[in-house]
Each structure stands twice: as structure tokens, then as C-alpha cells.
Write a protein that binds this ligand. Structure first.
Ligand code: UGA
Length: 436
């Protein structure tokens, strides 16, 4: 099949590349010339494990190409995927900004030729596919096309394996012709018996928000229970293991931490709250998850402050990890972006390390934060060392070396990576999340 992908961000680039790997012919389009020029030279603008090799392979095998020329990329396509950004609107009302989606629709419309399925891949409010349909029909009344919704469920850092071995594929269509095109595109997944949930467009659009909101709720739930554990002297690790063994609950997404971040959960929970308001409905549980998440980040500031004896002023804090999760350079909505500035403003010196995120972090962190080459440099002369993001390289540190490098052996483990008893025996004053 011939596929055109509009937008080469995390979603568009991974999806386009994986479709090429399936054997389809994919043209990825982006307006940013510099980005396209780099992609043509094999330079990937983001860090996503395995993506660079997969891009190179499919470019070499002539199934994947990059262009800024939308006009030339659309006419031949069997399907045009829209994978442009839908950030939270600058109006501050929580609504997703659909400017780029509508702009892409207007630009695609005049170049459609033969039957084409326009697929919304970006996370968009219910009703967006119908709007896309309206815009294209108005611009090009003769066009032979359908609009479909095909939400993505990729996690950053594991996006390629999530794409190649998904739990399910959701297709929202309103006729069999469009359904068949999407089924053909995903045919390689039939071999591994991936369930395809074929539904209405509105259901597919809402499914994405419901999935992300549920996961955000699950994280906020376990964070709140972790706080209760701290109050009553219980242990969240054993508790999460025990409740997760119940198949109805499931063991995943029960890791407490500094709160969820990233480009999806914070944005999508707010957007869902905004969408339902328009229909006079409520999502109280999602709203509570958002509030708990904000409180969790504030709680982490207090946790670090308490570990320093009640004040961070004049103290040096080493930080391990800045990105919102490991295996990405993405800093969007990372908990570190609210926790570290709060400490810095109150007079703490901060020395931070991250394997991939430092360049991105510099764009958002206050000036004056120091960035170092490795975990041991972050620990050197620090009054406390905070494990913020659970990168693998922080999981097996030489803790005696860390302890000896620090001014005082205070370790604040916001991801519960280390064993409290072992850390205590090594002479650390250890604080985790939801642990005694
Ligand atoms: C999330 C969803 O997991 C994907 O299914 C979805 O496709 C994607 O959003 C999206 O909408 O595009 P992502 O944001 O990449 O993926 O990352 P997650 O692995 O879900 O983690 C999100 C945040 O939750 C991170 O800050 C992570 O540290 C936190 N988290 C996750 C926890 O604090 N505890 C957990 O148990 C799991």
C-alpha cells in the first residue's frame, strides 16, 4: 500500500517507519525543511530506541522517504495519516489545539486523487474526524475519500515494540471500504493474531482518551495509596505486588513515583475534562487523578526538603534523571520541571545528570542549574542525591562510591529502585515513596 504520513514527530515518525517495515511504501511529510533534510541524512530528531536503525534500513530499501512537498506526496496515497501535534490550547482552557489538524486537512484536500482514506492518528477530541471530513469536502467537493480514526497506543521509549506487538489496534470507520484499507495496512499484524477492534469513529476517538485517563487514574491511585503507606507505616512495594496479582487489577502501572508526566497523560486528561464539559457531563475520577498528580509533585519537594533536615537553602542536591521517563529525551511535563525549580528558587544548588535529556532540559530549567557527565559527578559533595527517573544506568550504581563522594549520605529514591534495608546498611539515610 502507499501511505503518506503528515507530521514527523514521535508518533508520525515511528508509525511511518514501522509501516515501511511492514512492507508498505511510506512518504513522511513535514513542513520543517531542516528536519526533513536531517532525516534524509539519517539524522533522527528524537531519541527513541531502535528508531535510527529502522529508518536507515527502510530508506535504503526504498520504502521510506522524507519530503516537505505535500502536494506531490498525497495524490498517489491509498491512505494519508495525520500525525501532527495537538498540544493543550494556549487559551488555558485545557482544550486540545486542533489548528495543525485542520491546517493539514485543508492542505491535503486539493491534492486527493482516486479513493483515499484520511486517517486521524493524532489524539483528537470526539468529533474531529467529522470536522476533517467537512473541511476536505468543502475544499474539494469532488474528492473520493473517507475519514477514519486510528488512535495510537505507543509508549515513548518502547514505541517500536509497542507498534510491532500491540495489545490491539483500534479502527474507527463508518463504512466497509475504509475499514478494508485499514485492515490491509495492518495485515502483517494478523500473523501474530493482534486483535483489531473495529468501531465507530466517535468510539475510536474516545477510546484513546479513556485509555490514557484510566492509566493516569491508576498511577494517581497508587501514588495516593503510597502516601497512605507512609502515614501508617506500610510498604507500597509489597502492597502493589499483592493487589496487582488480582487479574482484575493487573500489575502494570502500579509503580508510585513523582507523578506522571510526558506529552500524553497531562494533556489528554485535561482535554477529556474539557470535552465532557461541552456535553454537560463530568469525569470526577479523572479530575481527581489530575489533582493528585499535581499534589504528588509538590509532595516530592517536601520529601526532598525533609530529607535535608527541613530546608534546602544553601544545600547541594544531586539529581539522577530529568526526563519524564527513561529511554527518551522528552522533557515535556516531566515532574523534574516543577520539582527542581521549586528547590532551586529556595536556594538549593542543583547538579543534574540525564543520559539523553540534558539538551532538552536546558530549554526549560532555570538558568543556574548545573549539568554533569555522570551519576558520580552528581553525587560529588552533594547533601542529598535524588533519583528522579529510573534509567537503567542508575539501577546498579556503586553505592559505596556514591556515599563516599557525598557531603552527607542522603538518598531520595523517587522511583523506589533501591532496597531500603541495603541502603540503610550502607550508611545512607534513605527515603523512598510509600516505604517505611
Ligand atoms: C502513554 C501511554 O502509556 C501510551 O499507551 C499512549 O500511546 C501514549 O501515552 C500516548 O498517548 O501517546 P507515554 O506517555 O509515552 O505513553 O509513557 P508511559 O510509559 O505511559 O508513562 C507516562 C508517565 O507515567 C511517566 O511519567 C511515567 O513515569 C509514569 N508512570 C508510569 C508512573 O509513575 N508509574 C507507573 O506505574 C507507570
Amino acid at each position: 500500500m502507499k501511505i503518506t504520513m503528515i507530521g514527523t514527530g514521535y508518533v508520525g515518525l515511528v508509525t511511518g517507519t514501522c509501516f515501511a517495515e511492514f512492507g508498505h511504501h511510506v512518504t513522511c511529510v513535514d513542513k520543517i525543511e531542516e528536519k526533513i533534510a536531517k532525516l534524509r541524512d539519517g539524522i533522527i530528531p528524537i531519541y527513541e530506541p531502535g528508531l535510527d536503525a529502522l529508518v536507515r534500513k527502510n530508506v535504503n530499501e526504498k520504502r521510506l522517504r522524507f519530503t516537505t512537498d505535500l502536494e506531490a506526496a498525497v495524490p498517489d496515497a491509498d491512505a494519508v495519516f495525520i500525525a501532527v501535534g495537538t498540544p493543550t490550547s494556549r487559551r488555558g482552557d485545557g482544550y486540545a489545539d486542533l489548528t495543525y489538524i485542520y491546517e493539514a486537512s485543508r492542505e491535503i484536500a486539493p491534492h486527493l486523487s482516486g479513493y483515499t482514506v484520511i486517517v486521524d492518528k493524532s489524539t483528537v477530541p470526539v468529533g474531529t474526524a467529522r470536522q476533517v471530513h467537512r473541511i476536505i469536502s468543502e475544499q474539494n467537493p469532488d474528492a473520493d475519500f473517507d475519514v477514519a480514526s486510528n488512535p495510537e497506543f505507543l509508549r515513548e521509549g518502547a514505541a517500536i515494540s509497542d507498534f510491532m506487538r500491540p495489545d490491539r489496534v483500534v479502527i474507527g470507520v463508518d463504512n466497509e471500504r475504509a475499514e478494508q484499507v485499514l485492515r490491509d495496512i495492518y495485515k502483517p499484524l494478523y500473523l501474530i493474531e493482534t486483535p483489531i477492534v473495529c468501531t465507530t469513529i466517535e468510539t475510536a476517538e474516545l477510546t484513546k482518551y479513556a485509555a490514557n485517563a484510566f492509566l493516569a487514574v491508576k498511577i494517581s491511585f497508587i501514588n495516593e495509596i503510597a502516601n497512605v503507606c507512609e502515614a501508617v507505616g506500610a510498604d507500597i512495594t509489597a502492597l502493589a505486588k499483592a493487589i496487582g496479582m488480582d487479574g482484575r487489577i493487573g500489575s502494570k502501572f502500579l509503580h508510585p513515583g513523582p507523578g506522571y508526566g510526558g506529552s500524553c497523560f497531562p494533556k489528554d486528561t485535561l482535554a477529556l475534562m474539557r470535552i465532557v464539559q461541552e456535553y454537560g457531563e463530568n469525569v470526577h475520577i479523572v479530575q481527581a487523578a489530575v489533582e493528585v498528580n499535581a499534589a504528588q509533585k509538590a509532595r516530592m519537594v517536601k520529601k526532598i526538603r525533609d530529607s535535608l533536615g527541613g530546608s534546602e537553602a544553601g544545600k547541594t542536591i544531586g539529581v539522577l534523571g530529568l526526563t519524564f521517563k527513561p529511554e527518551t529525551d522528552d522533557m515535556r511535563e516531566s515532574p523534574s520541571l516543577s520539582i527542581l525549580p521549586a528547590l532551586f528558587e529556595k536556594g538549593a544548588a542543583i547538579k543534574a545528570h540525564d543520559p539523553k535529556g540534558i539538551e532538552e532540559a536546558k530549554k526549560y530549567m532555570p538558568e543556574g542549574i548545573q549539568y554533569v557527565e555522570n551519576a558520580y559527578e552528581a553525587a560529588a559533595d552533594a547533601d542529598a542525591l535524588v533519583l528522579m527517573t529510573e534509567w537503567n544506568q542508575y539501577r546498579a550504581l556503586d553505592m559505596e562510591r556514591i556515599r563516599d563522594a557525598m557531603r552527607q549520605p542522603v538518598f531520595v529514591d523517587l522511583r523506589n529502585v533501591y532496597d531500603p534495608e541495603t541502603m540503610k546498611n550502607l550508611g545512607f539515610k534513605y527515603t523512598g515513596v510509600g516505604r517505611k
